[in-house]
Design a protein around this ligand. Structure first.
Ligand code: AR6
Length: 185
């Protein structure tokens, strides 16, 4: 089985053991995927987030998932796009790595990511995709956990950008290419 795949759909429906949340540094909720995760998890999630005292950009914090199917949420504030010369790529890579490291330390076997920073925070998708995929694939190469990592894109167009980058850099053979028709959740 491939340890990495790309899906289309709503990450709040994910049955992975943990999902990542594209949060902000307050960890107190917002719009986009953050809003959807808090809405689906219920007010207990916000109550636990309040105890954490925020999180720096590029770092990650773990909470329970409450009413979500996922047992845990890994909250990570992505960088706000400021033109690309303000360390955005290193911070974005750090978001993925921080979540993966935290997941590994808690023995988490399966982890789903949204496309961090590419919504409200304005990170251009074609520039975010290679950074995100390199961070994930570098980590998987060196670590046994999480066994399964998936990127859950909200739209087919977003998934297509990640798929093209993945196929270009990580599919050694034609058979390893990700399917044009992604799975949906
Ligand atoms: N499932 C999967 N992906 C989703 C979902 C969903 N339910 N909803 C949106 N997306 P964004 P950011 C996609 O804006 O750019 C919040 O207010 C969306 O289409 O959610 O990191 C936070 O509190 C896009 O591709 O996150 C922060 O203040 C991707 O998720 C700020 O927004 C990320 O878009 C973070 O901005």
């Amino acid at each position: 089985m491939n340890r990495f795949s790309i899906l289309v759909g709503d990450i709040t429906r994910s049955r992975a053991q943990a999902i990542a949340n594209a949060a902000n540094t307050t960890l107190l909720g917002g719009s986009g995927v953050d809003g959807a995760i808090h809405a689906a998890a219920g007010p207990e999630l916000l109550a636990e987030c309040r105890t954490l005292g925020g999180c720096e950009t590029g770092q990650a914090r773990l909470t329970r998932g409450y009413r979500l199917p996922a047992r845990y949420v890994l909250h990570t504030p992505g960088p706000i796009w400021r033109g690309g010369q303000e360390g955005e790529a290193a911070l974005l890579a750090s978001c993925y790595r921080s979540c993966l490291t935290l997941a590994e330390s808690r023995g988490i076997e399966s982890l789903d990511f949204p496309s961090i920073s590419t919504g409200v925070y304005g990170y251009p998708l074609t520039q975010a995709a290679p950074v995100a995929l390199k961070a994930i694939m570098d980590f998987l190469r060196d670590h046994a956990l999480p066994r399964q990592v998936r990127l859950v894109c909200h739209t087919r167009e977003t998934a297509a950008v990640y798929r093209q980058v993945w196929n270009m850099w990580y599919a050694g053979t034609k058979e390893e290419r990700l399917p044009e028709e992604p799975e949906t959740i």
